[in-house]
Ligand binder design. Structure first.
Ligand code: AP5
Length: 210
């Protein structure tokens, strides 16, 4: 099954992708994680992407499309995959079509901007493996330390309040039109993403079956 997770920054795409991946046994492709890893290792891709990411702007379409094209060609994607954070523009959605990719379901996680701002102020990520936590909703066992690899938890640079507002503006202007693109294809399902994580997961899994 090929699935897209749409939604504002902090809507819970990464959180729900983990649940779906466990449920269906297919990998998650997070363009945000791919780009952050490229920034961390200082690769040419990372150098190109860093400034846009830090400012909450989108990385140019051709850069991200190249990342996704290479990733979905890998062996572990043969049975399907979950795209988290891609496509984010209509041009990216059209590029997927041009690659011959047939998407089965697009899940749009609906969360109000005010909730997003509260959520992202509590997010902490591992500087080692990138695992995501939340001070209130998904606290690590030991404060400030990753459960998985023992490295320190930090605030993502683009989770600063002013940058979160910029990311929300970008989302409303450039990514919301992607919903209409998939609605016209009949594969879009909207899911209320304001519930507790496990309640949202139940709604997401139901929407995948519908
Ligand atoms: P990316 O990493 O994709 O960031 P994002 O879309 O802004 O998404 P987030 O990772 O912030 O949030 P999420 O929806 O995954 O929520 P999460 O599950 O973590 O992209 C970063 C940057 O890379 C972009 O700004 C751009 O520059 C670039 N980029 C990436 N893709 C691109 C593309 N296709 N084109 C161009 N540029 C691109 O949850 C958030 C927090 O809330 C967590 O702490 C979590 O524990 C908590 N939480 C989750 N669900 C709930 C819930 N139901 N209740 C309470 N808390 C919850």
């Amino acid at each position: 099954m090929k699935i897209i997770l749409l939604g504002a920054p902090g809507a819970g795409k990464g959180t729900q992708a983990e649940v779906i991946s466990g449920h269906l046994g297919i990998p998650t492709i997070s363009t945000g994680n791919c780009l952050r890893e490229a920034v961390r290792t200082g690769s040419p891709l990372g150098i190109k992407a860093k400034e846009d990411m830090d400012r909450g702007r989108l990385v140019p379409d051709e850069v991200v499309i190249g990342v996704v094209k290479d990733r979905i060609a890998m062996d572990d994607c043969k049975k399907g995959y979950i795209l988290d954070g891609f496509p984010r523009t209509v041009a990216q959605a059209q590029a997927l079509d041009a690659m011959g990719v047939e998407i089965d379901r697009v899940i749009d996680l609906e969360v109000a901007d005010e909730t997003i701002k509260r959520r992202l102020s509590g997010r902490r990520v591992c500087e080692g493996c990138g695992a995501s936590y939340h001070l209130d909703y998904k606290a690590p066992k030991q404060e400030g330390i990753c459960d998985l690899c023992g490295k320190a938890l930090v605030i993502r640079k683009d989770d600063e309040p002013a940058t979160v507002q910029d990311r929300l503006n970008v989302y409303h202007q450039q990514t919301e039109p992607v919903k209409a693109y998939y609605s016209a294809k009949g594969v879009l399902r909207q899911v209320e993403g304001q519930e507790k994580v496990e309640d949202t997961s139940a709604l997401v899994l139901k929407a995948l079956e519908a």
